[in-house]
Ligand binder design. Structure first.
Ligand code: ATP
Ligand code: MG
Length: 691
């Protein structure tokens, strides 16, 4: 590799990261906090090894834990000129080998991969005459997963479960063990395999068949694992078989981000790496390049009282203070978050640089609704398996067809217009369909492709003369890029806000991150009972906070639904971080002291029904607001829906303030889309007109 190119590559790293990238041979362990450039260091290391001719790209296997992280890694590698390197999840890497070798070794077809354990767990439980509900079945399925990735055989299960005080679905460990064994029997009988079997069978082939092992080891010589703190005993065993006694392994991780021990992950493999690989190069990174000092300080604060304490050192310039806020209920919380997102977007932050992260999937819905009402596009869970969706496949096929047959954009149109035309042929429309559900999901998928075309065009026209020149060539290049992304499962982040669980956000980053529903009982989640479980929840919050580059907001709701009593407190993990203004008042103080919604000053005790003090007049006409509210109440009861589903208070306030007189002007108000305009527009204009 010529020196100038090498300097260009390694010059993008700090001294410790550079040490990682230069340690091309032998075992290497990198132990470092969030956002310190672990992933950056290992991708540069791989590129360095490839460019200097030491690694053949096809001999490198880079492993991660989520489909999205693997996609990111492939993109980063390609940008560094290391095409051809395999970056996969453990699961995907194993499945590929299994598909290839199984028929050779066993002379039979590979059992079919099952998506869900639940039906087979139900059959197994039924055979044992255990009556179970859905929650219990899910708990049993999780326990099966845990036992399998932890290499715990059903015969040993009762002993180990008792020692570790595992309790499942209120069943005796002996009985759980029988469900475990029964489940395997049902599964075998149906000729299926589950996700854990993919790893188990691959490990089995490698352990039992010398020729298979030799062939795989000839293929892969260099191993790299990101997020090594989350490796399970089963994954570790497989990695060991791949290595076959060699030590060409580089692992990076952060014990403070261990968030899968509930599923069997073990951070000890990272901590004790040197014992297993003598002579390992060990490197620590401490500078955080991702986040503002404000975000870093908050994240450090969450771990301050624990043994995971890390002291990240922020490198970025100062940014905004972390925002902490409680809301009366989840609808109010979601509405406020949607409003803040609209403001950020208005101020120039792309929607793809914003994420709303929550503890469990069920929390997503109220955010989907609030964003929908505010007319903001979103992608649930960041679009994993995006290219497997039927509507996306169809769209890509159509686009490829158009490119192959040389279809060109009409006179005066760009190739991006052509993309729109082709997708319009299968149902894409410029405006989203109203409401949620299947039609909306399909539209979001197509819209993500349109947005991706826009991004591609702006990147191509921003690049120097290297990029493809004319419109037709760019269209072809775009379709090629889609094919490559599809092969890589690298979903476009599109022009939408990412809605994801904290677990799914691992390793990723956004300019602005909203951690929502952060009330005690959700964070930590109520299932977490033991100290170890609670510590894992704390680490999960730490992972969430450290996803933010510039702006971090942490919010909670005092009640689930509007009108319910405020019973919930902010997460115990953030209590010590809260500024006085964000601390919830004690219930008795709350009863006594009502405060102004604008400035927070206490209101005089006789001011019944008033929400602001004399110094803070409402920016809108309060009388008009009251009339709109009266109309909303009437309309909501006529339609038999909750009032907030007609319009939120914030929307009514804006209506009273801006007093739109035309449908077009109404559409500019947060919370009013085409749908609502159609339904309530005339009514509202009448109320406003009578003012
Ligand atoms: P996580 O623990 O969340 O997985 P990480 O340690 O893998 O984080 P990266 O994602 O590699 O961190 O890097 C975090 C951010 O900091 C990225 O945007 C990356 O490009 C940037 N970054 C890392 N190192 C440097 C550097 N030396 N100079 C400039 N930017 C850097
Ligand atoms: Mg990383």
């Amino acid at each position: 590799m010529i020196d100038a190119a090498r300097e260009r590559l390694l010059g993008a790293l700090d001294p410790e990261q550079r040490q990682v990238a230069e340690a091309l041979r032998g075992p290497v362990r990198v132990l470092a906090g969030a956002g310190t450039g672990k992933t950056r260091a290992i991708t540069h290391r791989i590129a360095h090894g490839v460019h200097s001719g030491i690694y053949q790209p096809t001999e490198v296997l880079a492993l991660t834990f989520t489909v999205r992280a693997a996609g990111e890694m492939r993109t980063r590698l390609r940008q560094l000129g290391a095409d051809g390197v395999q970056a996969r999840t453990f699961h995907a890497a194993a499945l590929r080998q299994l598909r290839y070798f199984w028929p050779h070794v066993h002379g039979t077809e590979l059992p079919s991969l099952t998506e869900s354990k639940l039906p087979m767990v139900a059959t197994a439980a039924g055979r044992l005459r255990i009556s179970t509900d859905r929650t219990q079945l899910r708990d049993l399925a999780s326990e099966i997963e845990w036992a399998k990735v932890s290499n715990v055989h059903p015969d040993d299960y009762p002993r180990i479960a008792e020692a570790r005080q595992r309790s499942v679905a209120g069943l005796e460990p002996q009985l759980v063990a029988r469900v475990l064994a029964g489940y395997e029997e049902v599964k075998r009988g149906q000729g299926r395999m589950d996700m854990e079997d993919v790893l188990l069978f691959t490990a089995g082939l490698l352990a039992d068949d010398e020729r298979v092992a030799a062939q795989v080891r000839r293929q892969y010589k260099w191993f790299v694992v990101d997020e090594f703190q989350d490796v399970s005993p089963l994954q570790y065993a497989l990695l060991d078989l791949w290595l076959g006694g060699r030590h060409e392994l580089c692992v990076v991780g952060d014990p403070a981000q261990t968030i899968y021990s509930f599923a069997g992950a073990r951070a000890d493999y990272l901590r004790d790496f040197a014992a297993k690989h003598p002579g390992a190069t060990s490197i620590e990174l401490v500078r955080n390049y991702r986040s503002t000092p404000q975000v870093v300080a908050a994240a450090n604060g969450v771990l301050a009282s624990t043994r995971d304490t890390v002291q990240l050192r922020a490198q970025r310039p100062d940014g905004a203070a972390v925002r902490y806020a409680g809301h009366p209920d989840e609808v109010a919380e979601a509405t406020a978050v949607a409003q803040r997102i609209a403001a950020l977007h208005h101020g120039g932050v792309p929607l793809s640089e914003i994420a709303v992260l929550f503890r469990i999937n069920a929390q997503s819905e109220v955010y989907e609704e609030a964003l929908n009402d505010a007319g903001i596009a979103y992608l649930v869970r960041g679009g994993a398996r995006f290219f497997d969706r039927p509507e996306v496949r169809e769209a890509v096929t159509r686009l490829r067809g158009a490119a192959r047959s040389g279809v060109r954009a009409a006179e005066g149109d760009t190739w991006v217009d052509l993309v729109r035309d082709v997708l319009a042929g299968i149902g894409w429309t410029a405006e989203p369909p109203s409401g949620r559900g299947h039609a909306r999901d399909r539209w979001e998928s197509w819209q993500a492709l349109v947005a991706q075309a826009d991004v591609f065009e702006s990147e191509a026209s921003g690049a120097d003369s290297e990029g493809p020149g004319n419109s037709g060539e760019r269209f072809n290049a775009f379709v090629d890029d889609l094919d490559r992304r599809a092969a890589d499962q690298h979903a476009p982040s599109g022009e939408g806000v990412t809605l994801a669980t904290l677990h799914a956000a691992k390793g990723l980053e956004w300019d602005a991150v909203f951690l929502v529903g952060m009330q005690d009982g959700t964070m930590p989640f109520s299932y977490a009972q033991t100290d170890e479980q609670i510590a894992e929840e704390r680490r999960l919050l730490y992972v969430g906070m450290t996803r933010a580059r510039l702006e971090l907001s942490v919010t909670w709701a005092a009640a689930r639904n509007p009108g319910q009593a405020a019973r919930r407190a902010p997460s115990r993990f953030i209590e010590s971080l809260l500024p006085a203004s964000a601390r919830p008042a004690t219930p008795s103080a709350r009863r006594k002291a009502r405060t102004c919604v604008e400035c927070g000053a206490p209101l005089p005790s006789g001011a019944k029904g008033r929400t602001r003090c004399d110094d803070c007049p409402a920016p809108y006409d309060e009388e008009l607001f009251e009339r709109l509210r009266a109309w909303r109440k009437e309309r909501a009861s006529a339609d038999e829906v909750a009032a907030f589903m007609v319009f939120s208070n914030a929307t009514l306030e804006q209506l009273a303030e801006l007093r739109p007189t035309t449908p077009a002007a109404m559409l500019r108000i947060n919370g009013i889309g085409k749908d609502k305009l159609e339904r309530y527009g005339d009514d509202v204009l009448e109320v406003l007109g009578g003012a």
